[in-house]
Design a protein around this ligand. Structure first.
Ligand code: SF4
Length: 381
C-alpha cells in the first residue's frame, strides 16, 4: 500500500561535479520520457493497492523542471485517474533556477503543481561556479520572483553549506539572502563529497578548501538560531518551514508512509507485505526503457523488511524529526514499547545530552541532531 507518489526525472542540462544522483546530461530535455512514466504507472497500478487517494506527489530528479508543463499535467491527471488524488494533495516539483521562466512556471501551476522546491544552493556566484550550477544568484532570485508571479504560495529553497572555500560569513550571507525572499521552506544540506564524482578527485579529504566542514557544528547552530529566530520551525535535521509549510511528502518518508517511485533509479516502499517491502528501479535509462517497452516493471533489489529492520527504521527515521518517535504509535505498530527495547540506549544518550524524553515521545536534542550519524547508528539492528 502507498499514499505517496514519487516521479524521478533523470535529466539535467549539465551534470554538476558534486552530484551523485541518478541523472544524465541532456540538452534536448526528457523527450518521450513522460510516456514511459505513464506506461509504468499503468503497469504498477495493476499490481499494488493505494492505501487511499494520494496525499502527495513529488517530481524529483535530476531536473524535473525540464519536463514540459503539458507532460506534467498528463502525469498528474493519470495519477488521479489510476490511483486517485486527494483534493488537498501536495504536489511538488523540484526546479532548477536556470530552467524556468514565468511562463513555464505558470504552466506547472496550471498543471496542478502547488509547491515548488527551488535548487538555489548558494547566493554567491563564485560558489555557484565551483558547484558547476547553470544559474547565477540573480537568476535564482528572478526564478523565485517569477514563481510568486505565477501564483506559487508554497516555495522552498535548497542551500548547501560546507562548500569549498566557503567561510562562515559567506554562509550567513546565503541564509540572510534566502530570508530576504521569505520562502515558506528552507532546506540546508552540508556538502557531501561523494565517491566517484569529479569533486571526489578535486577535493581529497585533507583539502584545505574543505576546511568549512570542520565548522559544521558552528554552521549548523548558526542556521538553527537565525532561521528559528525568524519564525521557521526546525522540523527535521536539514529542514525548516514556516508554520503549516512542512514538506508533507518528505515527512511521509520519515514516518515510513508507503510510497511508489516511478522512473529510472526511483525507489519505492510499499506497506503491504508484513513490515513493508523496499525496492529500486533500474537506474540505467536504456534498461529502464527496455523493461517498460516489454510491459515489465523494472524493479531491482526487492527487500522484505523483518520486524527488527522495521523497528530500527522507525527509530532512526523518526528521530530525524523534531516531533521524534511517539511511544503510542510505535507500540501500536510493533506490539512492544520502545522503552522495553531501547531503554538502555535512551539512558546513555540522555546522559550525554543527545536525547530527551517525555511521557509521549522521545526526540533528539540539537546536539543529538548534530551528531546524528553516530547517534542514529545506535538503533540499527
Ligand atoms: S542539477 Fe541537481 S540533479 Fe542535476 S546534476 Fe546538478 S545537483 Fe545533480
Amino acid at each position: 500500500m502507498f499514499s505517496r507518489l514519487y516521479l524521478h526525472i533523470p535529466f539535467c542540462r549539465a551534470k554538476c561535479p558534486y552530484c551523485a544522483f541518478v541523472s544524465q546530461e541532456s540538452r534536448g530535455g526528457p523527450g518521450g520520457y513522460a510516456d514511459l512514466l505513464l506506461d509504468e504507472m499503468r503497469l504498477a497500478a495493476r499490481g499494488c493497492t493505494p492505501a487511499k487517494p494520494l496525499e502527495s506527489v513529488y517530481f524529483g530528479g535530476g531536473t524535473p523542471s525540464l519536463l514540459e508543463p503539458g507532460d506534467t499535467a498528463r502525469l498528474i491527471a493519470r495519477a488521479a485517474e489510476t490511483v486517485g488524488l486527494s483534493a488537498t494533495a501536495e504536489v511538488t516539483l523540484e526546479a532548477n533556477p536556470g530552467t524556468v521562466d514565468q511562463e513555464r512556471l505558470a504552466g506547472f501551476r496550471n498543471a496542478g503543481v502547488n509547491r515548488l522546491s527551488l535548487g538555489v544552493q548558494s547566493f554567491d556566484d563564485t560558489m555557484l561556479a565551483t558547484l558547476g550550477r547553470i544559474h547565477t544568484a540573480q537568476e535564482a532570485r528572478d526564478a523565485f520572483a517569477a514563481a510568486r508571479q505565477a501564483g506559487f504560495t508554497d516555495i522552498g529553497i535548497d542551500l548547501i553549506h560546507a562548500l569549498p572555500g566557503q567561510t562562515p560569513e559567506m554562509w550567513r550571507s546565503d541564509l540572510e539572502q534566502a530570508l530576504l525572499l521569505a520562502p515558506e521552506h528552507i532546506s540546508v544540506y552540508g556538502l557531501a563529497v561523494e565517491e566517484g564524482t569529479p569533486f571526489d578527485e578535486r577535493y581529497p579529504d585533507d583539502s584545505p578548501l574543505l576546511a568549512g566542514q570542520d565548522l559544521a557544528a558552528d554552521v549548523f547552530e548558526k542556521a538553527h538560531d537565525l532561521l528559528t529566530g525568524r519564525g521557521y520551525e526546525h522540523y527535521e535535521i536539514a529542514n525548516y518551514a514556516l508554520p503549516g509549510h512542512r514538506s508533507r511528502h518528505n515527512s511521509g518518508y520519515w514516518q515510513r508512509d508507503g510510497y511508489l517511485g516511478l522512473g529510472a533509479g526511483a525507489h519505492s516502499f510499499l506497506r503491504d507485505a508484513g513490515f513493508g517491502t523496499r525496492f529500486g528501479n533500474a537506474a540505467d535509462l536504456d534498461g529502464y526503457a527496455a523493461a517498460i517497452g516489454r510491459g515489465v516493471l523494472p524493479r531491482r533489489d526487492v527487500t522484505l523488511l523483518s520486524r527488527e529492520d522495521a523497528m530500527a527504521e522507525h527509530m532512526f527515521l523518526g528521530l530525524r524529526m523534531a516531533d521524534g518517535v511517539g511511544f503510542d504509535r510505535f507500540e501500536r505498530e510493533f506490539g512492544v514499547a520502545p522503552e522495553a527495547l531501547y531503554g538502555r540506549v535512551f539512558e546513555e544518550l540522555a546522559a550525554m545530552g543527545l536525547l530527551e524524553r517525555d511521557e509521549t515521545a522521545v526526540r533528539l536534542t540539537l546536539r543529538g541532531w548534530l551528531l546524528s550519524n553516530r547517534v542514529l547508528g545506535r538503533f540499527l539492528p
